[in-house]
Every structure is written in C-alpha cells, then in structure tokens.
Design a protein around this ligand. Structure first.
Ligand code: NAD
Length: 477
C-alpha cells in the first residue's frame, strides 16, 4: 500500500483504513493499493503543515525560490520517469504523458518568478505626508484535490505556487491515479524543501470532506467533475475558506465552411481523441457550419477509423485505454444512448472494446442535437458528436446552450468570424484555429459557468492572488 507523507515521514495508515486497487488500465492488472485515509490522517497532515508554516512563511523569498529552482531541475532530471508513471497508471500514450509533464513543469518555471510576482505596491503622499503600501502575505495551510486525468500536471498547478508564496500544503491526489502526486512529493523532498511544507494524504471522499471542514485549512483548490466542484465550493466557502473549484466540460468546436480542411481534421482528431477524450479541454461536439460538413466529415471519419488503439507505451499507439472498466462501459453506454436517441453512427469505437484493459475506440456520431443526452452531458471518453448548423450564429447559440463553459474553438480563415466567436461564445478558454485552447502557466486556466466555481482561477497571476492576502499599511511620520 502506498504511504501518506506527513511531515518528513512516509506513513502507511494502519488499523481500520481500507484501500482501493491501483490499476494499469492497459492490462487491467492491479499494480498497487491506495489507502482511503480519513479525518485522522488529514488532521495529522494539516498539523504537520501548520507546524511548518511558522518557519516557512518567514523564510526569505530568495531561499524559497532557490529551492523551487532546484525542484525544477529535479523534475527535469526525472522527466521520462514521471511520464512513464503517468502512462503506467493512467493509460495515456507516452507522448501525451510527456506533454503533461512539460505543462506541469511550466508552472514551476512560473513559480520561480516569485520575487517579481509577490511584490506589493506603494503610493507615497496619498494625502499630505501619508504613504500607503500593500504587502503580500501567505494565507496559511492550503489543500489541493486533483482529478485522475492529469496526475502530474494538475498537482503542479496547485502546490508550487502556493508554497513559493510562503504557504504550506496538503495534497490529496486522485485515488485512481495517486502515483504521480506521490512521486512529485518524493522529488520535492529530494530538492531539499523542509519537512511539513508539502504533505500528501491519499484517499477519496472522506479525506476531501475532512479537508473541507478542517479549521486550519485556509484555501482549497479543486479540479474534477461539476457536481463535486459545486459541492466543494459550497462546503469550503461555508467553512470560511478560499476556494477555486474547476468543474467539467462540454466543449464545442465550430468549423466554418472556409476552414482549411486539413488543419480542421487534424485538430478535431487531436481535440476529441487525444488523452482518449479524458481531458477537460477535449472537443466533444463538432458543429459543422454549412458546406463544412462535406469538406471535413469524410476525411475525419476515415482518419478516426484508422487510429491505433492500444497500450500507451507501445510505439505508434494513438489512443490509450480509459481509466477503469466501469468508465469505459459508461462511455460506451453514451454511444448506445446516442444511437437510440437518433444520432447516426459514423465510426463505432465499441468494436474496439478489448480485454484485458479498458479500451474503447474512437467514435463519431453525426446529426447530434443539443437536446440529446450526448449533445449536452460530459462523456469524458473518445466520443465525438457532430452537429450541423446553417450559420455561425446558430453554432454559437448551440455552444452557449451548454451549462458548462470550459473551452470552445473555431476553425475559419475569416478574421471577422473569429472575432465574432471570441466576443460571443461563453467559454473561458476560447481558441481560433487551435485544437486545445490551453492557457500557459502565466495565464489563468479560465473556465466559465458550471466549469468553474470561485473567482480566482488556477495559475497565472490569479494563482498568486489566490495564495496571498494583502496587508495595507498607512504611514505618517
Ligand atoms: P471527480 O470529481 O470524480 O474527482 C475529483 C477529485 O474529487 C478526486 O480527487 C476525488 O477523490 C474527489 N472526489 C470524488 N468524489 C467526491 C465527493 N463526492 N466528495 C468529495 N470529493 C470527491 O473527477 P475525476 O473523475 O477524477 O476527473 C474527471 C473530471 O474532472 C471531469 O469532469 C473533467 O472535466 C474534470 N476536469 C476538469 C478540469 C478543469 O480544469 N476544469 C481539468 C481536469 C479535469
């Protein structure tokens, strides 16, 4: 069974704590056990973080940054190892895992800019002989609850920025992919950070509930499905904590008749089927406008049908397995439901359900409308719905009908259409001629509507704002 990190000690929870298997989704093999920690383990981790906070919050910024630079180097040294860990227990291809590690390390790069990012502001002579300054202070013990689909990148969205700002941290990795967070914590200690600055508690709902009500946890970062994000936001806020809670997605890709078909087809394949569709920035519905259907659908269908499904560590594989057999069956159930609600199946990934392992092939359903279940619910698998729209207005209206507003992207050669889309589409991350509108570490990860509960998003200067509180000092001598 993998262990929690409390202070500098790796502790396997004892008596009465149950566990769950960790799988290799490509083989179905059990490769470990993760403990389902509860309030007792959470309390020990929060106590270790509170103890460390006294010293860490007063440690010089340049010392905190020196350690963060060292962490960056240690992560670079273990780049391939981290990617292999992701593939082994998440299933995505090695190339996708490498992309994940890179995007995660970029947040550490950003955190190394703390001497600039943590500066306050000053206005002298605000009135006669009076100066005002504000200083940034850490908020205290912060906690992070990531989802299963980016076991390295999403923890790195959370604790490096919090810690470089002088906070201490409790990370509760996903119980389905806990090995990424566990390895990140080992490397964190290797970089030389003092004990208790980062703690790890493995578990699921009970551990999260304990964090949400713990009086010494000051801020919670959550990333996961919409219903849990909403609940985490409400409970943490009711308990007086800062919260940033990122929820699910139902992302639309609009393809205009003037789009370059080669660009659009490659992008849709990447957006819909990359990471086996288990991405909050996955394109879920392609809305083809007017003549775009004839330009892109035949090539899209042929290319999807030819994609290679298999274990993520095999060369040439383009789509790895889904996270669990139950999730694969749930996604396949959405395909059944789409067909029964009248969608036309163009590519059927159910033909590629293979055992052992939790595989499902790429699937495309055409003539999907937003009132069909697959037209508005998040599927989180390699399933692309295609809708037909006669105008850009109709396409934007369809995207805006979604309760979730994470990402939307348009393919067009018209600057006017691109601008119109940018102005009117209700998605916090909007792309023009790109498959995945992912903000880099120095911009906020910016979902709207049910895709985000809170006001300060993760990373970018929003992250700095979230992990600091300001003190204003008014001075007259
Ligand atoms: P999930 O909501 O099931 O779990 C997320 C985290 O919450 C896990 O750590 C889990 O242990 C915990 N959790 C689960 N149920 C809980 C409960 N009832 N009470 C308290 N905690 C609970 O999500 P998942 O299946 O791991 O991840 C997939 C979801 O995450 C998708 O909906 C996806 O869109 C979303 N996601 C969103 C973003 C984003 O940036 N908006 C990024 C990645 C994933």
């Amino acid at each position: 069974m993998i262990a929690n990190l409390i202070g500098s000690e790796w502790r396997t929870p004892s008596n009465g704590v149950s566990s769950l298997p960790i799988y290799n989704p490509a083989t179905g093999d059990v490769i470990g056990q993760v403990p389902l920690s509860g309030a007792k383990e959470v309390d020990a981790a929060v106590k270790a973080a509170s103890d460390a906070y006294r010293t860490w919050s007063r440690t010089a910024v340049m010392e905190r940054v020196r350690l963060m630079f060292r962490y960056k180097n240690v992560l670079e040294d273990h780049f391939e190892q981290l990617a292999a860990i992701i593939t082994r227990h998440h299933g995505k291809t090695l190339d996708e895992a490498r992309g994940e590690v890179r995007r995660g390390i970029e947040v550490v790069d950003f955190a190394c800019g703390a001497p600039t990012l943590l500066q306050g502001r000053t206005l002298r002579d605000v009135s006669a002989g009076v100066d005002q300054d504000y200083y940034r202070y850490p908020v205290g013990v912060c906690a992070g609850v990531p989802p299963f689909n980016f076991p390295v990148m999403i923890p790195l969205w959370m604790f490096p920025l919090a810690i470089v700002a002088g906070n201490t941290y409790v990370l509760k990795p996903s119980e389905r992919t806990p090995l990424g967070g566990a390895r990140l914590a080992e490397l964190f200690l290797e970089a030389g950070f003092p004990e208790g600055v980062l703690n790890v508690v493995h578990g699921a709902r009970d551990a999260v509930e304990a964090l949400l009500v713990h009086p010494d946890v000051r801020a919670i970062s959550f990333v996961g499905s919409e219903p849990v994000a909403r609940r985490v936001y409400q409970t943490a806020a009711a308990n007086g904590k800062r919260v940033q809670a990122l929820g699910g997605a139902k992302n639309h890709i609009v393809v205009m008749p003037d789009a370059d078909p080669d660009v659009a087809v490659a992008a849709i394949l990447n957006s819909a089927f990359g990471n086996a569709g288990e991405r909050c920035l996955a394109g879920s519905v392609a809305v083809v406008v007017g003549g775009a259907a004839e330009h892109v659908l035949p090539a899209l269908t042929a290319a999807a049908a030819g994609m290679v499904v298999g274990p993520g560590d095999e060369p040439g594989v383009q789509i790895g397995p889904l996270i669990r057999a139950e999730h694969r069956d749930k996604v396949a159930g959405y395909v059944d439901k789409g067909v029964s609600e009248g969608a036309k199946l163009l590519v059927d990934g159910r033909d590629q359900v293979r055992r052992p392992g939790f595989f499902l092939g790429p699937t495309i359903l055409d003539r999907v409308s937003s009132d069909m279940t697959i037209g508005h619910e998040e599927i989180f698998g390699p399933v692309l719905s295609v809708s037909r729209a006669s105008t850009l207005d109709a396409a934007i209206e369809q995207a805006n009908r979604m309760a979730l507003g994470n990402m939307a992207t348009i393919f067009t050669q018209s600057g006017r259409a691109g601008r119109e889309f940018r102005e009117r589409v209700e998605a916090g991350m909007t792309g023009i001629n790109v498959p995945i509108a992912q903000p880099f570490a120095f911009f906020p990860f910016s979902g709207w509507k049910g895709s985000f509960y809170g006001d300060l998003h993760v990373h970018g200067t929003d992250g700095i704002e979230f992990f600091t509180r300001k003190k204003v000092v008014v001075t007259r001598w």
